[in-house]
Write a protein that binds this ligand. Structure first.
Ligand code: ATP
Ligand code: LTN
Length: 339
């Protein structure tokens, strides 16, 4: 075990917990808005990177797909640079405590607040029958975070509302029982916080977008990446400048280029002043290919190594479980559960 692993470093560094649902391939929005920032945090924080497979069953799932996607998600995490020697990488279902703490927190959570969540309303609209788990989703997410007493939660902008509930529940538990939890802060990186669809640049890039030509996946082939970027929707004005309202397509391409090339949107505007859209799109495609092709190669190496992936999950879950046990014991005692 490396000395950077969560437990050893726990006393000096602040704690990060975050995760994604294992719903298939990660896209450029997931990478630039989330995984890219996670990778950079590994040396300065004690990091727990979770695969939220218990959240995934809040909507109908096929068991074989969920299992396969869990391994694929882990391989994509690792390909993006999440390092099991530095951070705990684990599946939510492999650690006892997430659903237990979620129950305690859900008993403190006003029903109305859960019903007001944008993600709940959006997802509920798409279901014929809405399971109670979909409504309880934010209580489980709060439990994920508070179980590790995280200080910082790096997410994309769309998760901000769930972080607000987590903060409310931490404060409510502390006030109802006694000070127990840190009140965690969201960390929303500037570049890439909201990558939009290449085809409908007024909507966020998403794997559930019916027009898949607008979504670049991190394991897409170089040709597929180039094709999607070269066909991105722009406008007829012809100038490379940001204007989210009137030029959402070009504004999005500027954000993507800036985040992929590690520069600022202002510098992109300066560098491409007076140039045409064709030339600009080609540069965006080159930057994205340069960023993603090593990730895809590494993913392909990793995804077939099932024993290695199982070993990573096991080690990550053991590390996570030790912290989870401590928190859960403390919570149960405070709530008045007999030991
Ligand atoms: P769906 O495709 O079903 O809408 P998703 O693509 O939003 O799902 P999630 O698993 O909900 O994927 O998100 C994982 C992480 O990626 C979260 O931190 C989320 O905020 C971030 N994220 C998702 N989409 C984007 C995007 N377009 N831009 C920036 N960050 C994003
Ligand atoms: N809801 C998040 C996934 C998620 C998460 C978490 C993120 C589950 N638990 C805890 C941060 C912290 C999503 O859909 N992206």
């Amino acid at each position: 075990m490396s000395e950077n692993q969560p437990e050893t470093a726990a006393r000096q560094k602040p704690v990060v917990l975050t995760g994604m649902q294992p719903t298939g391939r990660l896209h450029l929005g997931n990478y630039l808005g989330a995984a890219h920032n996670w990778k950079k945090m590994q040396d300065d924080f004690v990091c727990y990177f979770m695969i939220a497979n218990q959240h995934a069953i809040t909507v109908p799932t096929v068991p074989a797909d969920l299992r396969r996607n869990t391994y694929s998600c882990l391989a994509q995490y690792m390909a993006c640079g999440l390092d099991p020697a530095k951070s705990a990488l684990f599946a939510q279902s492999q650690v006892i405590g997430h659903t237990e703490l979620a129950w305690v927190l859900s008993c403190l959570c006003p029903l109305g607040q859960l019903e007001r969540m944008t993600q709940f309303k959006d997802k509920a609209k798409k279901q014929i029958s809405v399971g109670a788990g979909l409504l309880y989703y934010p209580a489980l997410m709060a439990a994920d975070i508070l179980l590790y007493n995280a200080h910082v939660v790096p997410v994309g902008e769309d998760q901000k509302q769930h972080l607000e509930i987590t903060r409310d529940l931490a404060e409510k538990f502390n006030a109802t029982y006694s000070p127990t939890f840190n009140v965690p802060e969201p960390f929303i990186g500037e570049a890439g916080a909201r990558i939009m669809s290449l085809q409908t640049p007024t909507a966020k890039m998403s794997k559930s977008d019916p027009n898949q030509a607008g979504t670049v996946y991190i394991i897409d082939s170089n040709d597929a990446i180039r094709k999607k970027i070269m066909s991105a929707v722009t406008d007829s004005e012809g100038s490379i400048r940001r204007d989210p309202e009137n030029k959402p397509g070009v504004t999005n391409l500027i954000s993507i280029y800036a985040a992929a090339a590690g520069t600022t949107p202002e510098a992109v505007e300066d560098a491409f002043a007076g140039k045409g859209y064709g030339e600009f799109k080609k540069a965006v495609a080159d930057a994205v290919v340069a960023l993603l092709s090593p990730i895809r190669d590494r993913y392909e190496e990793l995804v077939s190594q099932k024993d290695h992936l199982d070993a990573v999950l096991k080690a990550g879950a053991e590390t996570a479980q030790r912290t989870a046990n401590r928190t859960l014991a403390k919570v149960y005692r405070k709530v008045g559960f007999v030991s």
